[in-house]
Ligand binder design. Structure first.
Ligand SMILES: [Zn+2]
Length: 113
């Protein structure tokens, strides 16, 4: 399950930050996730609970901010919203879309003590 390893790396980042900024507890972690990141939010929440147990982020709340995906349509010469990879352009129906965003997965910020 890739959500598990995602959470493991998130906790790794948090623990690095804890050392760098000398905080002792994490109350909430806010993630930004694009629809093309291929992450299942439910699985992510579950994995986060499992992985953070006993860590500095034990009991922390996970908040997910869903980012929109976008692509560049060559025929339209403009940026258009995309729901998933390989979708046609919603304006002209062309498949010549170049995905320009939506696979983000990053920690936006966190609340710490
Ligand atoms: Zn188009």
């Amino acid at each position: 399950m890739q959500e598990l390893s995602i959470c493991e790396s998130i906790v790794g980042v948090i623990e690095q930050q804890a050392v760098a900024q000398s905080f002792k507890k994490v109350n909430m972690v806010r993630l930004e996730i694009g629809p093309l990141a291929g992450v299942e939010i439910e699985a992510l929440n579950f994995s986060f609970d499992v992985v953070t147990r006993g860590s500095i982020a034990d009991g922390a709340k996970l908040e997910v901010i869903a980012l929109p995906a976008s692509g560049w349509c060559a025929p339209c010469a403009m940026s258009v919203p995309v729901k998933q990879r390989f979708d046609p352009c919603p304006t002209c129906g062309s498949y010549q879309l170049q995905i320009t965003g939506g696979d983000e997965l990053r920690i936006k910020d966190m609340e710490v003590d």
